[in-house]
Each structure stands twice: as C-alpha cells, then as structure tokens.
Design a protein around this ligand. Structure first.
Ligand code: ATP
Length: 547
C-alpha cells in the first residue's frame, strides 16, 4: 500500500471517483448512505474479481457445482435459518439530536472522535457521541429489508431481500445434489446481491446496505460416518497434506483448515499475499452455538483491521433447521457407508452408539461451559434427550443416511475490491535523470483482476501506418481481453493515465513496428519497456492471467 496516506481513504476514494471506479448511488439526488455504484473501471474490476472466484472455486474443481437463486425467497427460509428472530443489531437513539446509532459501536465512534467514554446513565453505557444527549435503551433492530409480494400490502405477503446468499444453497441442496451427480464431500457455490439494512453504514463500501457475496457451502460427512467407513478420522494432529489432493478420510477439522488455506491461495492469486492479512480464529465463547470453528481473514484497511471474509465450520445446523421447518428430509444416502456398516456386529454397533453418546454430551457441555465461563454439566433430562438423538443418528448412519455437515467460506465482493484497491494504491515518488521529482499515482493490480489488461497506442497518431497496425493489434486483442485505445496526448501522459487505472501493459506501435512487426510493451510496475512481437506478447499475457 501507499507509503504516504496510509491512514486515510481520501486519496483512494478521490481517485475512484475521478477515474470511474466508484460513485455514490443516486448522486444527483444527494446520494443514499450505504449504497454505491461501480463506474466503467469499477464494474470491470468487480467482474474480474467474481470471475476469478468462480474459476478458482467452481470451474477448476471437480467437487463444486454452481447455483444462481432468487433474491426474494419463501419467508420461512429466514425463520428456519434464524435470521427472522436473531439477525439484528442493538440500536439506540439520542433523545436530543435524534441520531440513530448501533449501541455496540458507540465506543468506536468515540474513539474515532478521540473522545473518552462518559459514565452510564441509561440502558446504554454512554451519552450521545455527537451531542452528549441522553440515549434511549438499546433495542434489537432486524437488518433484513422487508418487501411485499403481489399487489396486496398485507402482513401475509411480506417477504425479505436476502441478507446472505448461503440460505438458497441449503434450500436447493436436494435439487443440486440430485442433478449434479456429485456426492458428499462436495460443494455448492453461489454469488450475488445481498441486502442488510445496516444501522450505520460506514467506511466507504466496507459496510454497505446492498452488496455482493461469494459463498461456498462445502458439504462433508459427519466425522462419525468417516470413522465407520474408514476406521479412523484424520485430524490436524495427523499432519495431513493440505496442498495435495483432498482425502475421503478427513474429518471436519481438516476440511475447515483446508478451506482456510484455499481461500488464502485465492487471495494471493488476486493480489493479496498472506503478509497483507491475518487469520483470526474465533474463541470458543465467541462461536455461534452450532459452529465448531470460525476463522475471520482480516485486512488492515486504512480505518483499522477488519474482517474481509470468514470460513466457518457450521456442523449440520443449517440443513437440520430446514429439515425441521420444511418437513422435507435433508439426508443423503451414502451406499459405501451402508456397505461398511453391514460388516459390523451388533456388539460393535452398540459400542459405537455408546461412544457417540458420550462424545456428544461431552461436546455440548464443553460448548456451554465456554459460553458460561464456568463448568456446566447437563441435567438428566437434557443428557437423556441428547443421548436419544445420538442413538437415532447412529442408527441412520448404519443405514448409510445422514444430514451432511458443512464448511462455509463466505466472502464479500465489495470488501475484497476495497482491500485490492487499498493494497494496489501507491503514490510513487520518482526522480528523473535531471533530478526532477514527480509523483506517479499507480494501482498495482494483479493482471488477473486489472480492469483494463492492455492499452494500445500508435506513437504518432497522424502516421497512417502506425495507426493502422495499432488498430489491427487492438482489434485482435480486444476479442480476448479488455483493451483500451488511446491516442490523446504525449506518450508519457498516456502511460500515466493507464497507471492510475491499474493497466498492467501498454503496447506502443512505432516506426520500427512498421518495419518488423515488433512493438514496445511497457510494464506498469517496473515501467520497463521491452520489444516483442504479437505472439510473444500473447504468451506472456496468458501466463500472467492464468490461475
Ligand atoms: P460484519 O461483522 O463485518 O458485519 P459479518 O460477520 O456479519 O460481517 P457475514 O455475515 O459472515 O459477515 O458475511 C460474510 C461476508 O460478507 C463478510 O465477511 C463480508 O465480506 C461480506 N459482508 C457482510 N456484510 C457486509 C456489508 N454490510 N457490506 C459489505 N460486505 C459485507
């Protein structure tokens, strides 16, 4: 990132506006907080980020299938997922200035304003950070946008804009499984718009009310099924090779770490090497009750270290919830598992059930203890209910049936774009041979995501041969990648314009091109110029664009 201006987004946002990356939505009407539009360069960058994710996550793998579901879905989906009841932020209002704010963010706002917290007087811990007024009691505010389906504005017709893309994947799990001819372990990926009525959208595009997500639900066997089929469950302690081919005997812990590593590989491929972010492993008391583990990948944005994306091990919570609410079984049939279980004696099955019961109770007590901060022992009724569930689960396994568990890598397109922009932005100080100083603004995008891949110029625009040959190259190349034609101004100015757009290569056609067909290729970061022919350029470009 830029040596200068590390602490502020202002120079970057000014560049984004000036060069057509990001605009305020509805700007001529004063804009809308939390809504952003991507201009000509921004929408190319976004498309490239999404294409890269799709290529990496879906097309380059044999075990992931895609989905493109609707934004508005049956409202029962949000009841089953828990979003209707619990997807809320605590909101408070100042009784004097009437400003709304998230009560959990007041400390951050005060810190931004370099003010000290004041003593507690109401249900909130603070006075209003803006005017010092009294605050109302914090109330949960559901973040889902409501709408009405059909012409009658009746509570029965209320539906919601999806707050995440993931739930559609669970709701279509059976259809995709039946039609993709894939078997667990396998994943379903989806990308698209999500909507959250954030109380305080902030930090440019980081927290928006309309944004895009790229989510993968990777379904795996429960560890118990792995154990029955393979006689063991590979854990991280076994030191599995996470860079090699995936293995059927991996337990959830290995699958989870595998996907953390995959996500890191992806981020490096699009321009965020591991040195630029940190892994934050959520502590046991921070985890959702159903989650086994969750890693946030955090990036140092100019406004602080913040979550870029998350990778969660969500057990079988989601599919089980949909099974409960829809009454449609979400089990898969795993014939190799059934065949393996056929070889077990009744005594071996009983022993397996007893072991599973003990493990489930121990795990539940561990989770509750972490949340309570003190040892919790299940009472007799809860233990008996859990033991009965464990037995039913085992008996299903013996028949080759289970509800798959899931690992969920969930990323935001807009957040990744913002991180890529922050990382790419540099105001580079240059000194020429005569000692004259200059500043070059450059976006060091990876060629894989750069909005324009190649800019093509005739050195002398009035030279008909140079113009014709440059046009021929432009017309051939634009069929393959996004190119730009530029004849205005001196060649140095044209290079600088492309530096600001993050274009990795500029091709300049000159007098020698007319003689021998070679042209100069100016590389953005090193500013080095190399002569090559069309074939050599294509080979170099394709190598840089390949995953
Ligand atoms: P946060 O705590 O920052 O609100 P979250 O933990 O609620 O994020 P998830 O529900 O896990 O986020 O969503 C997955 C990803 O979607 C996030 O890591 C982020 O990249 C993106 N995302 C979530 N909310 C927003 C938003 N309001 N604006 C832009 N991107 C978002």
């Amino acid at each position: 990132m830029a040596e200068v201006n590390k602490s502020s987004l202002d120079p970057l946002s000014a560049l984004c506006k000036r060069r057509g990356f990001i605009f305020h939505s509805s700007e001529i009407y004063g804009g809308m907080p939390g809504f952003w539009d991507y201009g000509p360069l921004g929408c190319e960058l976004k498309r490239n980020v999404k294409d890269a994710w799709w290529q990496f996550t879906v097309r380059s793998r044999e075990d992931v299938a895609g989905l493109d579901a609707t934004i508005i879905m049956h409202p029962k989906i949000w009841k089953a997922s828990g979003h209707l009841d619990t997807f809320s932020d605590p909101m408070t209002m100042c009784k004097d200035c009437k400003k709304l704010m998230r009560s959990d963010q007041i400390a951050d706002i005060l810190a931004d304003q370099k003010k000290k917290p004041q003593p507690k007087i109401t249900g909130s811990d603070f006075f209003c950070p803006y005017c010092g007024g009294e605050l109302t009691e914090p109330k949960p505010f559901n973040l889902m946008f409501k709408t009405v389906v059909g012409p009658i504005d009746d509570p029965q017709n209320v539906a919601y804009l999806r707050p995440e893309t993931a739930q559609a994947i669970f709701a279509q799990f059976l259809n995709v499984t039946a039609t993709s001819r894939m078997a667990v372990p396998y994943g379903i990926a989806q990308m698209g718009k999500s909507f959250r009525n954030e109380v305080t959208p902030r930090n440019y595009t980081f927290r928006s009310r309309e944004f895009e997500q790229m989510e993968l639900e990777f379904f795996i066997r429960p560890d118990e099924a792995v154990e029955l089929q393979y006689g063991k469950v590979v854990t991280l302690a076994d030191n599995p090779d996470l860079n090699g081919p995936v293995q059927d005997d991996w337990g959830w812990e290995v699958w989870h770490k595998y996907w953390v590593e995959q996500r890191k590989k992806f981020l490096a491929a699009v321009g965020l090497p591991p040195s630029t972010f940190v892994e934050y492993w959520q502590k046991p008391d921070e985890l959702a009750h159903y989650a086994r583990a969750c890693v946030d990948i955090e990036y140092d944005f100019p406004f602080g270290r913040q979550e870029l994306e998350g990778i969660a091990a969500r057990s079988d919570f989601d599919l089980t919830q949909h099974q409960l609410h829809s009454k449609v079984p979400q089990t898969v049939f795993d014939d190799p598992l059934k065949q393996a279980c056929k070889k077990l004696s009744d005594a071996e099955k009983d022993a397996f059930i007893a072991k599973t019961r003990t493990e489930w109770i121990a795990r539940r007590e561990k989770t509750l203890s972490a949340k309570a901060g003190k040892p919790v022992v299940l009472d007799e009724a809860d233990s008996a209910a859990l033991a009965a569930n464990a037995e039913a689960f085992c008996r299903n396994l013996f028949e080759g049936k289970y509800v798959p568990h899931v690992i969920e890598p969930s990323a935001g397109v807009d957040r990744l774009m913002l991180a890529l922009l922050c990382e790419a932005y540099e105001e580079e100080k240059l000194t020429d041979e005569k000692g004259k100083e200059d500043v070059r603004t450059v976006l060091h995008f990876s060629p894989k995501v750069a909005p324009i891949k190649v800019a093509i110029f005739p050195l002398i625009k009035k030279d008909p041969d140079q113009d014709r040959i440059a046009r021929e190259i432009f017309n051939k190349l634009r069929k393959k990648v996004n190119c730009q034609w530029d004849v205005s101004g001196a060649i140095g100015r044209r290079y600088r314009r492309q530096d600001e757009a993050g274009t990795p290569w500029c091709i300049t056609v000159d007098a020698q091109t007319v003689q021998d067909g070679t042209f100069t290729v100016r590389e953005r970061d090193s500013m080095r110029q190399t002569r090559m022919n069309y074939g050599e350029f294509l080979a170099m470009m394709y190598e840089a664009l390949e995953f």
